[in-house]
Design a protein around this ligand. Structure first.
Ligand code: CMC
Length: 438
């Protein structure tokens, strides 16, 4: 028998269907709730609200499971690479040899940006945040490819493959250019003999008179960071992309909004915040104990890189990055005191009742910053790295929304708690500081 849920309001029972996902996740389908009862649901922060059905990513937060299109993140991290995962996330399947070759070639061909886009960088002050530049330039890309950004769903879907590879490729070029611009250094053109991450590192760190050759482990670690960030179902930025896309906006506008949503310290900005926190702890000569005590009391700052809305267990991405972090530092012969503090903080928190009761574990941002620092990236580029990594997810989710034949614009309701009906009062008759002469 089909499972249903009954909601009792006053003396009336209302029956709703139950939807069940592939992994037996269950939800009450309340799409007819308001129409049947006049009630809406109230769920601040959407912690209990399923906003869509999706084929892309599965997370079991209680068990610490993350899968892209069914494949466990641990297997992908071990054996795949970022571009292969991008294909998997966007198209639903791991690529064949031919698909892989064609996909990589398309991404490679799209690496440079329209020459006149270089001038856009000149309009930004040197101390602009690269997330602001990234969002603005991703949106502007649509102006350079008007046939890919028409806001006509059918047309934009017809050109989806080109728009997707273009964004995957150019996001990294724009990121590297913003880094060079901040330093007043000349832009480096992409090279056609380099892979995705090597090309990015080349555009970041090569000089006109000297090519930069990254340590193998550096390029691998960056690829791993991108891969681990590639999708994470209905997080704040992806939901934003879906929301913007649901109104019919093109892919470029939608991912540009995603970058803005990612920027905040509770979301992608946490990777910067973690390093700021570790540096602060180091500067104060604390081993992390005082910081943990303050975070628990609610008087200090939160322990950044800890806690997650969905994971109530160790974030599987953090587990992988912790090992990668130790490997990269060893390969580069570095001994970073921030890693020691991070390990101590983690140990302290994992044995502390406050964190145990609230199921707060390290998340993806806890160790990624230490790797990015070892690679030589400045702090304000960290969230940009997250954006490059998240691009496949944003693209895949935009497509999922655009392809829905009966898709509706996302438009939540609210419970209004402002003033009741009032009549307009002329300015001279308002109470307060009396009439003002004109
Ligand atoms: N340090 C100390 N206490 C915390 C922390 C933390 N990092 N995170 C949550 N808590 C406490 C919080 O104060 C609350 O306590 P109480 O029940 O006594 O009021 C309880 O745990 C539940 O917190 P919440 O704010 O209701 O949880 P949430 O699901 O709304 O927030 C979060 C999730 C990630 C925003 C939050 O854990 C946080 O602020 N963490 C630090 C920022 C961070 O690392 N963000 C990156 C998330 S992973 C990357 C991504 O996907 O963006």
């Amino acid at each position: 028998m089909e499972e249903t849920a009954t909601i009792r309001l006053g003396n009336e029972n209302h029956v709703f269907p139950v939807v069940i996902g592939t992994e037996n996740e269950k939800g009450i389908d309340i799409r007819t709730l308001r129409q049947k009862t006049g009630y809406i649901t109230y769920d601040d922060g959407y912690g209990n609200t399923g906003s869509c059905e999706s084929h892309i990513t599965f997370i079991d937060g209680e068990k610490g499971i993350l899968r892209y299109r069914g494949y466990p993140i641990e297997q992908l991290a071990e054996s795949s690479n970022f571009l292969e995962c991008a294909h998997l996330i966007i198209y639903g399947e791991l690529p064949t040899h031919t698909q892989q070759r064609e996909f990589s070639a398309k991404v490679l061909r799209q690496a440079s940006i329209h020459e006149s886009m270089r001038h856009l960088f000149e309009g930004f002050p040197n101390n602009s945040h690269p997330m602001a530049i990234l969002s603005a330039l991703l949106n502007s890309l649509g102006c350079y490819y008007p046939n890919l950004a028409t806001n006509d769903r059918d047309q934009d879907l017809k050109n989806f493959d080109e728009a997707a590879t273009l964004l995957l490729s150019k996001v990294r070029t724009i990121a590297a250019m913003s880094y060079r611009m901040m330093r007043g250094e000349p832009f480096m053109y992409p090279r056609k003999d380099l892979g995705y991450c090597q090309n990015f590192l080349h555009m970041m760190f090569s000089e006109p008179y000297e090519d930069y050759y990254p340590h193998d482990d550096v390029a691998k670690a960056l690829d791993l960071i991108f891969l681990l960030h590639a999708d994470h179902e209905q997080n704040c930025s992806t939901s934003t992309v879906r929301m913007v896309g649901s109104g019919g906006a093109n892919l470029f506008a939608s991912v540009s909004a995603g970058v803005c949503a990612l920027w905040g310290p509770l979301h992608g900005g946490a990777n910067m915040a973690v390093i700021n926190m570790l540096q602060e702890i180091h500067k104060n000569g604390d081993d992390g104990s005082k910081f943990v005590a303050a975070a628990k009391s609610g008087k200090g700052a939160r322990l950044m890189g800890f806690g997650h809305r969905v994971y109530k267990n160790y974030d599987p991405r953090a587990k992988i990055l912790k090992v990668a972090c130790e490997r990269v530092l060893k390969a580069l012969g570095r001994n970073d005191p921030l890693l020691d503090i991070a390990l101590h903080l983690e140990d302290k928190a994992l044995h502390d009742p406050y964190f145990i009761e609230r199921k707060l574990y390290p998340n993806v941002d806890f160790y990624s910053g230490i790797i990015l620092q070892a690679i030589g990236l400045p702090l304000d580029m960290y969230t940009v790295m997250f954006s490059i990594g998240r691009m496949p997810g944003w693209i895949a989710h935009w497509r999922e929304v655009a392809e829905l034949s009966k898709g509706r614009i996302h438009r939540p309701r609210q419970i209004y708690i402002g003033p009741g009906l009032r009549n307009y009062v002329n300015i001279n008759d308002r109470n307060g500081d009396g009439p003002k002469s004109a």
